[in-house]
Design a protein around this ligand. Structure first.
Ligand code: NAD
Length: 248
């Protein structure tokens, strides 16, 4: 198991679901984790779970699609810990609709929450990572961003956009000891997929070669590897965690 002792990590949207599992896994490996969510209770809940594991960190309530709130969050982390080594851009949501029924606001909202947030958080931490000549950024994309999903033109575009962001930033900062990668989960059991109609889930299951829906821990283990020292020669990549749903 990789050792993240001494590392400071920010995991956005870590009040529940995949983000919470990532925060807990990084804490188990010794990182101090800044938990973040747009709602206060959830970031605090995850920090309490980290403390129960014997770890530590900081809970920050912030909407990561808002530049002022992101700047404040990163300033607080730098004032408290003096560094940010790991950023996991996990915050995201869905507003599914067929394109003919999708209001423009649902398109704009999803680009802002899923894609712009990742750009804002990366921009806010990258200068300090450059100074330290060390950094790990992981963007949580989606199988929908790789293969497209009917009813998710907004979501699929935002998740494909995260892959472009990953590759462009990876090239910009590679010489500074900073890696930037994406993880593309398939169907993972969380509140987000619990919203999906049962018949759609039943149609999807036969498409997954491994034969099961994923767990939040499946994603967390992949992220924990990509943020480790052992992954220093991996950058600009998209790692699918989807039971074989997408094979490129
Ligand atoms: P979730 O809804 O359970 O958790 C997402 C968290 O992000 C919530 O706690 C929410 O409050 C927070 N959040 C939303 N907007 C925010 C904002 N503006 N600022 C800060 N926090 C915000 O969802 P999840 O299933 O755990 O998904 C996590 C990530 O993984 C998302 O980016 C999602 O698109 C991606 N993903 C999920 C699946 C899946 O099957 N569950 C598959 C592929 C990708």
């Amino acid at each position: 198991m990789s050792d993240l002792t001494g590392r400071i990590a920010i995991v956005t949207g870590s009040g529940q679901g995949i983000g919470q599992a990532i925060a807990l896994e990084l804490a188990r490996r010794g990182a101090k984790v800044v938990t973040n969510d747009v709602t206060g209770c959830c970031a605090e809940d995850t920090l309490a779970m980290i403390r129960e594991l014997g770890g530590d960190g900081l809970a920050i309530t912030a909407d990561v699609s808002d530049s002022a709130q992101v700047e404040n969050m990163v300033k607080t982390v730098l004032d408290t810990f003096g560094q940010v080594d790991i950023l996991v851009n996990n915050a995201g949501t869905t507003r599914d609709n067929l394109i003919v029924r999708m209001p423009e606001e649902e398109w704009d909202f999803i680009q802002k929450v899923n894609l712009k947030s990742a750009w804002l958080c990366s921009k806010a931490v990258v200068r300090s990572m450059m100074r330290k000549k060390y950094g790990r950024i992981v963007n949580i994309s989606s199988a929908s961003g790789l293969m497209g999903q009917a009813g998710q033109t907004n979501y699929s575009a935002s998740k494909a956009g995260m892959i472009g962001l990953t590759k462009a930033l990876a090239r910009e900062v590679a010489s500074r000891g900073i890696t930037v990668n994406a993880v593309a989960p398939g169907f993972i059991k969380t509140a987000l997929t619990d919203k999906m109609p049962q018949d759609i889930l039943e149609q999807l299951l036969p498409l997954i070669p491994v034969g099961r829906i994923g767990t939040v821990e499946d994603v967390a283990y992949a992220v924990a590897f990509l943020v480790s020292d052992q992954a220093s020669y991996i950058t600009g990549q998209v790692l699918s965690v989807d039971g074989g749903l997408v094979m490129s």
